[in-house]
Design a binder for this molecule. Structure first.
Ligand code: GDP
Length: 295
């Protein structure tokens, strides 16, 4: 994960490491390298520029030119900035409501169905919840089958109705079923498409308006870089979602999505997916991620 970015940041910092005295030019050069590394990792140029401008201000303000270990100080400043860029503190999922209604959104292939299963498993094993998974993809029978396979794997019931073609009705029936049968969390897996289209957006916005979820999560493949950020923007405009799930962080991602999404949509990353298995889910900790990026 982030190997390339980690290497480049390390190289950029190297100039300052071990230096007893440095100049403003050294600092500016290092930050320019850092900016280049961020842009290469697919971080939006404007964000990368602001990032380095703030880091420079802090570095000079905190006396990086006179400290005995400028490399260490700059590393700390960059780490704090990276943490801030990814959201600062940890933001949990809202589990109020009985049942807590969680709506999953995102494009097809983003990992939405897999993540719905992971989240159900997480709520069951870590939060002692009794979750119900709801299959709301009315276009792809295979997607319904997939959710049933996932449910079986983790021992969580799946609600579906192959004869009903209105996702709003399916969701409402599922919530009623959950209430009658003592489920205290309902995870609604909606239909996704390969690209954003009006019909999909209207459909999910309708489900959102009808079920009033306590938590709406947007799932996105971290390997898609700037596309991930643009998709997040489009979904957020329609749904005003509560948090982001970054999947496939175990893959060869350059890190741009993780670093740009928070500042573009101003919504926290809440979970990450780090593999295909049901256990490959982690709560997102900005500070830990910054540590990982810096190696
Ligand atoms: P959906 O169309 O959004 O519901 O996407 P799926 O849940 O079907 O996932 C698409 C593909 O990505 C499947 O092959 C999943 O096994 C895979 N996948 C999902 N999440 C992850 C992840 O965190 N890491 C990896 N490596 N693969 C994932």
């Amino acid at each position: 994960m982030f190997d390339n970015l980690t290497d480049k940041l390390d190289k950029a910092m190297h100039v300052l490491k071990g230096h007893g005295s440095i100049t403003e030019v050294n600092v500016a050069d290092t930050l320019k390298e850092i900016r280049r590394a961020l842009v290469d990792a697919d971080v939006n140029y404007k964000i990368a520029k602001e990032f380095t401008a703030t880091a420079k201000q802090k570095a000079l303000g905190q006396g990086v030119l006179t400290t005995l270990k400028p490399g260490q100080l700059l590393t700390k400043i960059v780490k704090d900035e990276l943490t801030e860029l990814m959201g600062g503190s940890v933001e949990g999922i809202n589990l109020s409501g009985n049942p807590s209604i969680i709506l999953m959104s995102g494009l097809q292939g983003s990992g939405k169905t897999t993540f719905s299963g992971k989240l159900a498993n997480f709520l069951k094993t870590k939060k002692s919840k009794k979750p119900l998974l709801v299959a709301c993809d009315i276009y792809r029978p295979a997607a319904i089958d997939q959710l049933h396979v996932v449910g079986e794997q983790i021992g969580v019931e799946v609600f579906s109705n192959r004869d009903e073609k209105d996702p709003v009705k399916i969701s409402q029936a599922a919530i009623a079923y959950a209430k009658q049968n003592g489920f205290n969390a309902v995870i609604i897996d909606t239909a996704g498409r390969l690209a954003i289209d009006e019909q999909m957006m209207t459909e999910i916005a309708d489900v959102h308006a009808a079920v009033k979820p306590h938590e709406t999560l947007f799932v996105v493949d971290s390997m898609t870089g700037q596309d991930a950020v643009n998709t997040a923007k489009a979904f957020n405009e329609r749904l005003n979602f509560d948090g982001v799930v970054l999947t496939k962080l175990d893959g060869d991602t350059r890190g741009g999505a993780a670093l740009s999404i928070k500042s573009v949509v101003d919504k926290p990353i809440k979970f990450i997916g780090t593999g295909e298995k049901m256990e490959a889910i982690d709560v997102f900790y900005p500070e830990r991620m910054a540590d990982r990026i810096l190696g």
